[in-house]
Design a binder for this molecule. Structure first.
Ligand SMILES: O=P(O)(O)OC[C@H]1O[C@H](O[C@H]2O[C@H](CO)[C@@H](O)[C@H](O)[C@H]2O)[C@H](O)[C@@H](O)[C@@H]1O
Length: 247
């Protein structure tokens, strides 16, 4: 997976399209999912980028659409939510490409474990489930066993080992496909995609941005196929400078 990763961020032009991950990129990681804080500087940055790029700014996140909208209110941006399974295009149309009850049984099985261990937190989304063990990392192995057991014999499901979380999502839907779908539509089409993210789920979108001749930026540590690496503050400053230059 490794390729040469540089530390100084590249210059960007008005022909860019920004794809930005939420947790760990736009906001700092928090002890629990509902505890993240969205500062005014985040909303200001998104407004500035969107204005400069004629709306070619999308959020690519593992969160449900309604959750990310709540955090970014009053903004309602184009978004690939639930790791790309639920996508709202620039016109506000929402695309879902999975069976509505696909994850019900997996969620039920993991809920039993979460009820047994109060420190485990289960997020049940439309198309995926996330079992968090950040409150008690020692429960990680028990969580992992339960997750793999819950998807046994279900080749349509895929497990992602995220930041203190195991997520089961529908196989074949990912942030990379969401990025590609955006790039085929106005106002993204014809632009240079720039993907910024911090976690394993972002690697799919880094691959899509790289393939399209774009730019990929990894936030923080960890193996990556991204071309550049920085920390959250480095990204925020770099993106703000670009957005401010267009005001
Ligand atoms: O694609 P992302 O926007 O990065 O979302 C990935 C998952 O992020 C959330 O979990 C992570 O952030 C939490 C808040 O900082 C943290 O408590 C947790 O340990 C992290 O794994 C979110 O809860 C998931 O639904 C997202 O899929």
């Amino acid at each position: 997976m490794s390729r040469k990763t540089e530390n100084s961020l590249p210059s960007v032009t008005d022909s860019a399209a920004f794809f930005i991950d939420f947790d760990g990129t736009l906001v700092e990681i928090a002890p629990r999912p509902h505890l993240v804080e969205v500062g005014p500087e985040v909303l200001d940055l998104l407004r500035g980028l969107s204005a400069r790029l004629n709306g070619a700014v999308a959020i690519l996140t593992g969160r449900p659409l309604a959750t990310v909208d709540g955090f970014l209110s009053p903004l309602t941006l184009p978004a690939g939510a639930e790791h790309g399974a639920v996508r709202r295009d620039a016109e506000g149309m929402v695309h879902r490409d999975f069976e509505a009850d696909a994850m019900t049984k997996v969620g039920e099985a993991l809920q039993v474990l979460a009820d047994e261990h109060g420190e485990l937190e289960l997020e049940r989304k439309e198309s995926s489930v996330a079992l968090h063990y950040r409150q008690k990392p020692e429960l990680g192995e028990i969580a992992r066993e339960a997750v793999y057991k819950a998807i046994e014999g279900k080749p349509d499901f895929h497990v992602m080992d995220g930041k203190m979380v195991l997520e089961v999502k529908v196989e074949g839907l990912d942030k990379g496909l969401a990025l590609e779908a955006f790039m085929s539509e106005t106002p993204f089409a014809g632009r240079v995609p720039i993907m910024i993210g911090d976690d394993v789920t972002d690697e799919y979108a880094f691959a899509a941005a790289n393939k399209a001749g774009g730019i990929s930026i990894k936030i923080g540590e960890g193996e990556t196929i991204a071309q550049y690496r920085t920390d959250r503050a480095g990204f925020m400053n770099w993106a703000k400078a670009f957005a401010d230059a267009g005001r």
